[in-house]
Design a protein around this ligand. Structure first.
Ligand code: M6R
Length: 643
C-alpha cells in the first residue's frame, strides 16, 4: 500500500511527481504530500486525494523531489501523519510497515528525539538521522580537514505553513562537520538504520547536504528506478515511471542507493558497491477517460475482451513443453490468493477437480504462510494476484519455493514482483485495472484456470476437449450480451439497495461466485453482505434472516440446482426476499422467486465467467445509487503491499 515517487530532472519536479502520484493513487488515497529541494527542502502535504495538491504545484519549484500517496497503517489519515516526514536535514516517503517501530521510538525518545506524528515512518527517519549524526561525529573526530558544506541545517519550510516540521534531536550536525562524501555518509546512515529495522519498506529520501540526488532503499516492497534522457525517476510501479524510460533498474532487498540524474550508486548490505539489474518495461499507462464514466463500469465492460484475450494468450511466454511435462507428474495443486484472487482459486478447485481429477487445495495467502503447510514434490503451487504485489501472496509463494515446490503465478502485471519469483508466469490479458474492485481481472484469472483445467484434462485423462474449446470461443459473446443489456440489472440494484442485509448463496462453483458477488457489494457499497454455501445456512446463519434480508441465489450447476432452490424456500419461509440468478429458465416460475435474472446458458465450466457479471453490475449500480465513489471505496487500496 502507499505509492512513492521521486523525480530528478531539468523540469519542475512537482509536476512530474504529481503525475506519478496520480498513476499510483490505486495504492492508497487517504493523504498525499510532496517535498522538493532547491536550496532547502519544501514540503506540502494534505489529507485527502492526490488532486488536493494540484493548486500548490506552481509554488514548489525544485528540480528534485519526492512524493507519496498514503494508505494509513500507523496513525489516522491526517495531515500530520501524511508523508513526506521531515527531520533534521532529511525528508522521507515510505511504503511499508516497520514492525519494531514502538521499541525504536522508545529508545529514540530516551535519546532526546521528539515526534509529532503517529507514524512508523517518522520513527524510521529519526533512526536514520540519529545514525547520520553518529557517523558524522565519528567522521569529524577522526579527521582534521573539513569539507565546506553549504548547508543551512535548519532548512525546512512548509510553504503553506500548515505543517509543523519534526523536532530535531539534540545532536545537530553543523556545516562543515565531516570530510567524506556526504552522499556516502547518508547511505551509510540508511544502511545502519536498516539493520535495526524489521518489517517491509521502500523509501525515497532527500537530504539538504546532497542536493543532486534521491536516496533509496527497500526490503520486500517494490521500488523501481528509471533513467531517462535528462531525468531519473523512482517509483513503486512502472506506471509512475513516465514515458521517458524504456528500462527499469531493480533495487535488490536491503540495498541502498543514491539516484542522480544520469546514474545510480548502489551498495549492498555490507556497503559493497553493486550493479543494479535492468528489466525492459512495457508502458501501460491508463488512458484518461471521460470523467462522467467510472473506471469500474468501463472495466466490467472490458470483461468479455479480457476473457477472449486471456484464453487466446494462454501459455504465451511460458515454456509449455516443460510445464506440461511437469503437470503430467503432479497429484495435487495448491492455490493461494487474497480477496478476489482467492475467490478465483475457490472456483478453480471445482473446475480442475471436475475436469482433470487432480486434488486441489485452496488457502488464503495470509493463512497459508503462517500454518506450516505440508509440501510434497508432486504438487503444483499456484499463486494468484492481479497486481503481483500483494505482500501475503508473495510471502506464500516464497515459502512454497523454499519448500521445494514447483510454482506458477497468475497475474495481470507482467513486471510485478511476483513474476520474478515463480517458475511459470501466466499473464491475464486484461490491461491495467484501475478501479479498486477487481472485475475484469477476476474474469482473466478464471479464463487462465479454465484453460489450465482443459490442459490438465487432456494430458492427465486423455480427454478430448475439442467441443469445450469450441464452446469457449462463444463465451465472450455471451458475456457481452449481459453487458449490453445491463438496464435490467440497474433496475434490480434498487431492490438490493433497499435491503438491510444481502446474502449470496450457491453450491459448487456457484458458492465461489457467491463469495465474490458478496465481496463486490460490501467493498463498494458498505452494505452488510455474506457469501455462503447454500447448504450451510441452516447451521447458524439462517438466524440472521428476516423480512429485511435479500437472498440472492446463484443456480448454474445442474446436479445441485434443486438443493439451492430448497435453501431459497427455507429463507423465504423466514421472510426474506429472493432474487434468483440462473441459466435454467424452469426455476424462474418457482413461487419463492421474487425477482430474477436469466443468464445465457453455457457448459458449467464457463458459467462462472457469466454469473459474476450481473453481480458486478448490481454492486456498481447500488454504489452509484448511493452516490459512492465506486473506483475508490473508503479504507481500501488497489494493491495491498503490507501484510
Ligand atoms: O492484487 P491482488 O489480486 O493480489 O489483490 C488481492 C485483493 O487485495 C483484491 O482482490 C481485493 O480483494 C479487491 N479489492 C477485490 O475487489
Amino acid at each position: 500500500m502507499c505509492g512513492i515517487v521521486g523525480y530528478i530532472g531539468k523540469e519542475r519536479a512537482s509536476t512530474h511527481i504529481y503525475d506519478g502520484l496520480s498513476a499510483l493513487e490505486y495504492r492508497g488515497y487517504d493523504s498525499v504530500g510532496i517535498s522538493v529541494i532547491d536550496e532547502r527542502i519544501h514540503t506540502i502535504k494534505r489529507s485527502g486525494r492526490v488532486n488536493t495538491l494540484k493548486e500548490y504545484l506552481n509554488i514548489l519549484e525544485g528540480r528534485i523531489g519526492i512524493g507519496h500517496t498514503r494508505w494509513a497503517t500507523h496513525g489516522k489519515p491526517t495531515q500530520i501523519n501524511a508523508h513526506p516526514h521531515n527531520c533534521g536535514v532529511f525528508s522521507i516517503v515510505h511504503n511499508g510497515i516497520i514492525e519494531n517501530a514502538t521499541q525504536i521510538k522508545h529508545n529514540l525518545i530516551n535519546n532526546g528525539h521528539t515526534f509529532i506524528s503517529q507514524t512508523d515512518t517518522e520513527v524510521m527517519l529519526h533512526l536514520i538521522w540519529d545514525n547520520y549524526n553518529s557517523i558524522c561525529s565519528e567522521n569529524s573526530a577522526n579527521n582534521s580537514t573539513f569539507i565546506d558544506m553549504t548547508v543551512d541545517s535548519s532548512a525546512h519550510c512548509d510553504i503553506t505553513e500548515q505543517v509543523t516540521i519534526g523536532q530535531q534531536p539534540n545532536t545537530v550536525m553543523q556545516e562543515g562537520d565531516c570530510c567524506m562524501d556526504p552522499a556516502y555518509l547518508v547511505l551509510l546512515a540508511i544502511n545502519r538504520a536498516l539493520a535495526q529495522l524489521s518489517g517491509s519498506f521502500a523509501i525515497a529520501l532527500l537530504c539538504e547536504h546532497c542536493k543532486d540526488c534521491i536516496f533509496v532503499a527497500k526490503r520486500s516492497a517494490p521500488l523501481l528506478i528509471g533513467l531517462g534522457q535528462d531525468n531519473a525517476v523512482v517509483a513503486s510501479d512502472v506506471c509512475a515511471l513516465g514515458g521517458g524510460c524504456d528500462n527499469a533498474l531493480v533495487l535488490a532487498d536491503d540495498c541502498v542507493g543514491a539516484v542522480y540524474i544520469d546514474k545510480v550508486c548502489c551498495y549492498d548490505i555490507n556497503m559493497d558497491a553493486v550493479q543494479l539489474t535492468s528489466m525492459s518495461i512495457e508502458h501501460n499507462r491508463v488512458q484518461h477517460i471521460d470523467k462522467q464514466q467510472d473506471y469500474m463500469i468501463m472495466e466490467i465492460g472490458q470483461c468479455p475482451l479480457s476473457i477472449q484475450d486471456t484464453m487466446a494468450g494462454f501459455g504465451q511466454g511460458v515454456d509449455m513443453v516443460s510445464f506440461s511435462r511437469f503437470c503430467r507428474t503432479i497429484d495435487r495443486i495448491m492455490l493461494v490468493g487474497c480477496g478476489t484472487a482467492y475467490h478465483s482459486c475457490v472456483t478453480a478447485k471445482y473446475l480442475i477437480e471436475a475436469m482433470a481429477n487432480v486434488s486441489v487445495e485452496v488457502d488464503i495467502a495470509s493463512e497459508y504462510r503462517y500454518r506450516n503447510p505440508i509440501m510434497h514434490s508432486k504438487t503444483l503451487f499456484i499463486a494468484v494476484s492481479q497486481s503481483g504485489e500483494t505482500a501475503d501472496t508473495i510471502f506464500a509463494l516464497k515459502l512454497a519455493k523454499k519448500g521445494g515446490l514447483t510454482t506458477m503465478v497468475i497475474t495481470n502485471a507482467p513486471t510485478s514482483t511476483i513474476t520474478t519469483i515463480a517458475d511459470y508466469v501466466f499473464i491475464t490479458k486484461c490491461g491495467q485495472e484501475v478501479g479498486v474492485a477487481a472485475t475484469k481481472s477476476y474474469c482473466g484469472q478464471l479464463a487462465v484456470f479454465i484453460s489450465l483445467a482443459l490442459l490438465l484434462a487432456r494430458i492427465k485423462l486423455n480427454t478430448d476437449t475439442t467441443s469445450l474449446e469450441q464452446q469457449s470461443a462463444l463465451v465472450h459473446a455471451q458475456a457481452k450480451s449481459i453487458i449490453d443489456n445491463q438496464q435490467e440489472l440497474k433496475a434490480l440494484s434498487n431492490i438490493v439497495a433497499d435491503s438491510q442485509s444481502v446474502f449470496y448463496i450457491g453450491r459448487n462453483i456457484d458458492y465461489a461466485t457467491a463469495l465474490e458477488g458478496s465481496l463486490k457489494l460490501k467493498e463498494i457499497t458498505y452494505m452488510h453482505s455474506e457469501g455462503y454455501p447454500a447448504g450451510e445456512l441452516k447451521h447458524g446463519t439462517i438466524a440472521l434472516i428476516s423480512d429485511k434480508s435479500l437472498v440472492i441465489g446463484i443456480v448454474t450447476v445442474k446436479h445441485v440446482a434443486d438443493k439451492t432452490m430448497t435453501a431459497l424456500h427455507e429463507v423465504k419461509a423466514r421472510g426474506a426476499k429472493v432474487l434468483l440468478i440462473t441459466c435454467f429458465a424452469q426455476y424462474l416460475q418457482d413461487e419463492v422467486v421474487d425477482y430474477h435474472y436469466l443468464l445465457p446458458y453455457s457448459p458449467s465450466l464457463f458459467m462462472p465467467l457469466l454469473s459474476i457479471l450481473p453481480l458486478q453490475l448490481i454492486a456498481y449500480y447500488v454504489a452509484k445509487g448511493k452516490n459512492y465513489d465506486a473506483d475508490k471505496p473508503r479504507n481500501l487500496a488497489k494493491s495491498v503491499t503490507v501484510e
